[in-house]
Design a binder for this molecule. Structure first.
Ligand code: CTP
Ligand code: MG
Length: 232
């Protein structure tokens, strides 16, 4: 069975607006509602856990839970100071589902598609760990000090990680607990599994599966909705 943990407990500081970015209305609904709906639409997903910031409980209940009729929504829990802690709090809800699989997804990536979810679900059953990513189109430079370039990396070997990242529940719990013990904080979930020496499979994401981080991304998000002809 497949579960989803959607993390939305961040403060959205880089967006620089008063409303936390996950609650900004994108056309007809808050960003987070688009994201939850994307998982609702996939017949593969059984249940959805949403991780929110404790200060956002009112806005989440009023503007999201009460406005939309989510059939697979199981519960919300409060996140922590880092994304990694927030993911862990969501995973704790699934502690009894060790043999099942969990999609970990950013609440501010509303354009995840059914086909991405299908590709991940298919692959994770063979590999236990997948990371959705896209090939890098830019030439990538490595610089130790941010002033001069040490070398140019081979672009063909560079992938930009996205979410969802999908794991067997027992494996990601083990990886997270080891990371916390070691005081390691990664910028994604896959890196914690990589540290265990376990192979993580790459699954093709999509250019449009953006993480809404800055005001510019918000404009892109509106353009993507228009492109998908969801708004005119
Ligand atoms: N997130 C979370 N808990 C945290 C930090 C982040 O659940 N302590 C979530 C965010 O809500 C977001 C996702 O992780 O859905 C990706 O994080 P990011 O884009 O960095 O969001 P924020 O941390 O909210 O933004 P910023 O870093 O600009 O403050
Ligand atoms: Mg952040």
């Amino acid at each position: 069975m497949f579960f989803a943990v959607i993390v939305a407990a961040g403060k959205g500081e880089r967006m620089n607006v008063a409303v936390p970015k996950q609650y900004l209305p994108l056309f007809d609904k808050p960003i987070i509602a688009h994201t939850i709906e994307a998982f609702e639409r996939s017949p593969l997903i059984q249940e959805i856990v949403v991780v929110i910031h404790p200060d956002h409980e009112d806005i989440f209940v009023k503007r999201v839970l009460k406005q939309f009729c989510f059939k697979k929504f199981r519960k919300y829990v409060f996140g922590g100071d880092t994304r990694q802690e927030s993911v862990y709090r969501g995973l704790e809800v699934l502690r009894e589902r060790k043999k099942d699989f969990v999609f970990i997804h950013d609440g501010v990536r509303p354009f995840v598609t059914e086909s991405i979810i299908e590709r991940c679900a298919e692959r994770v059953q063979e590999t236990e760990a997948v990371c959705c990513a896209i090939p890098c189109v830019d030439t990538v430079k490595f610089s130790e000090d941010g002033n001069t370039i040490e070398k140019t990396l081979d672009r063909k070997k560079i992938w930009r990680a996205q979410t969802p990242q999908v794991f067997r529940v027992s494996l990601i719990l083990e990886a997270m607990e080891k990371a916390f013990q070691d005081g390691f904080y990664g910028t994604d979930d896959s890196s914690l599994v990589e540290r265990l020496g376990k192979k993580v499979a790459l699954v093709l994401g999509a250019e449009n599966n953006i993480k809404i981080t800055t005001p510019f991304d918000f404009i892109r998000a509106e353009e993507i909705l228009r492109w998908e002809k969801r708004i005119c």
